[in-house]
Design a protein around this ligand. Structure first.
Ligand code: NAD
Ligand code: ZN
Length: 350
């Protein structure tokens, strides 16, 4: 099989020929039809995350081993399977749940494998979908598409799933006003999902007017370009002068996290999702005085992915795929995402 692999931080991906694995027991070999290109693939490619103050968290210190085949938004057809696999036949179109856990820790025991203590996620800790074939360790991680468009379905494994978890968390205080920061792959899914499952008025913030235009088409009630230094004041004034009930930050860098805290009203709820990173100073006394909640959200669990597939099947959400690449041009896909040239999601068709 052919795979585009990361050999080391910032090294161009190498397309290599590897032996196609033969699935055993519960394993399933998927012939990859499309794999989403996520900003997290970029962080993996860059070798880690910005911790702020010149510090860097290396992915190799978190258990990643190079070379690795990235790609965690995998859709394809069942090609071959082990003897213990039930309920799937050759040719079935499936979406792969990539956030595989150890199965033993407290999170895995309540089916939140995405929050596992020792994760084995596909495309991060084991080879993923930038490849014409992908080996899935157990058939329980597959979901049949049953009519959902394969390319759109890719984003339901990560960008849609993460946005879904984050928007659910942001909806816990029944917001009248919800601010979504970042209108990229995740944020645009966030806007659609917020429109579908909350009653909030949605204010979407980005640096790019094209993306804000798309956010508006997808249901944002207000859009604001944060290059404007008055953005925080404008958000507060849209929110009846009190500020937003909830903010979901799909960027989560110092300027956006500061903006999130500034526009949050009393009893507000800030959900941090993006991995752009960095660090900020917190005014500690403000947190109890305003009684705000600051929380993180990391991908989602398998049942959330099934719920999302159902929303996509009904047409309630419609993930946007704007660009397609071959496996050989995987480098260009990552470069274009880095240069902010992609609106919505790009996929690789191996
Ligand atoms: P993307 O590149 O598609 O979108 C990022 C968007 O943020 C772009 O529209 C960009 O214009 C905007 N942006 C950047 N800096 C900004 C700023 N200062 N102010 C306003 N807007 C700004 O990325 P994506 O695939 O949507 O991923 C977003 C982030 O979420 C990445 O860091 C990714 O790794 C992370 N992520 C987190 C999880 C999780 O589970 N927590 C899951 C997947 C991705
Ligand atoms: Zn992702």
């Amino acid at each position: 099989m052919k795979s585009a692999r990361i050999t080391g931080p910032n090294e161009p991906l190498k397309v290599v020929e590897l032996e196609t694995p033969h699935p055993k027991d519960n394993q399933v070999l998927i012939k990859v039809k499309a794999v989403g290109v996520c900003h997290s693939d970029l962080h993996l490619w860059e070798g880690g995350y910005d911790l702020g103050d010149g510090q860097f968290m290396k992915v190799t210190d978190r258990g990643v081993k190079f070379p690795v085949t990235p790609g965690h938004e995998i859709v394809g057809t069942v090609e071959e399977f082990g003897n213990d696999v039930k309920g799937f036949s050759k040719g079935d179109s499936v979406l792969v749940y990539p956030w595989i856990g150890c199965g033993e820790c407290p999170a895995c025991k309540v089916n939140n494998e995405n929050l596992c203590d020792t994760p084995k996620s596909l495309g991060v800790f084991q080879d993923g979908g930038y490849s014409d074939y992908s080996l899935v360790p157990h058939f329980k991680y597959l979901a049949k598409l049953n009519g959902v468009d394969p390319e759109s379905a890719t984003s339901l494994a990560c960008s849609g799933l993460t946005a879904y978890t984050a928007i659910k968390k942001s909806n816990q205080n029944s917001p009248e006003f919800l601010v979504i920061i970042g209108a990229g792959g995740l944020g645009l899914m966030g806007v659609q999902i917020a429109k579908a499952i909350t009653k909030a008025k949605i204010i979407c913030v980005d640096l790019d007017d094209r993306k804000l235009e798309t956010a508006k088409e997808m249901g944002a009630d207000f859009v604001m370009n944060s290059k404007d230094t008055e953005t925080s004041n404008k958000i507060i004034s849209v929110c009846n002068g009190k500020g937003a009930d909830s903010v979901v930050d799909f960027v989560n860098a110092p300027p956006t996290a500061k903006m999130g805290l500034t526009v949050l009203r009393k009893r507000g709820n800030l959900v941090l999702v993006g991995l752009f990173g960095g660090s900020i100073d917190l005014s500690l006394v403000t947190i109890p005085l305003k009684s705000i909640i600051i929380q993180g959200a990391y991908t989602g669990n398998y049942s959330d992915m099934l719920e999302l597939l159902e929303l996509a099947r009904k047409g309630t959400i419609n993930p946007m795929i704007s660009k397609r690449y071959s496996l050989e041009s995987a480098n260009s896909a990552l470069e274009d995402l880095k240069a902010r040239k992609i609106v919505g999601r790009a996929v690789i068709n191996p």
